[in-house]
Design a protein. Structure first.
Length: 158
């Protein structure tokens, strides 16, 4: 089992390498908000474990084993981020928290979160329950409840 931190590195290297073909130490440091020297230290460890290949002047690339883990972590990240965005967590917070949650959840939980995300996204129209949820977040009242309450008041007064 890799540490959370190691998983974060593989995920970051995957994302950077996707854009640039390789990842430099300073790219990784920037992406993870850590110092270049701590990147070098971790990259050496990942290199020894067979997860990345590190050549001083060519930067860091993932081995197939490292890529598999990087992709899995990134997949969990996008699933959780989408879920948090559906429940109206602001984008930057959703992105940060996805990076925390992604390491801990059971595969079954991730699968169900992903099912929910895909379910919401594949709805032909914007889901009404989600519209109601937005109103609920603002007012603390479920619009259907409010509707019923108005009907009751109306019945009593007529
Ligand atoms: Mn992440």
């Amino acid at each position: 089992m890799l540490s959370r931190k190691a998983e974060d590195y593989l995920e970051a290297i995957l994302r950077i390498a996707k854009m640039k073909g390789y990842a430099r130490i300073k790219d990784i440091a920037l992406a993870l908000g850590v110092t270049p020297s701590s990147v070098v230290e971790m990259v050496k460890r990942l290199n020894d474990g067979g997860f990345v290949e590190y050549r001083k002047y060519d930067g860091v690339t993932l081995t197939p084993k490292g890529e598999e883990i990087g992709k899995a972590v990134w997949g969990r990240h996008t699933t959780i981020r989408s879920f948090l965005e559906i429940i109206k967590v602001p984008e930057d917070i959703a992105n940060k928290d996805a990076c925390i949650i992604e390491h801990e959840l059971h595969a079954k939980t991730i699968e169900q979160v992903k099912n929910l995300v895909n379910f919401v996204k594949s709805a032909p129209d914007y889901p009404q329950w989600l519209e109601h949820f937005e109103i609920f977040c603002r007012t603390g009242v479920h619009p259907c409840e409010e509707e019923k309450r108005k009907e009751r008041v109306h019945r009593l007064s007529s």
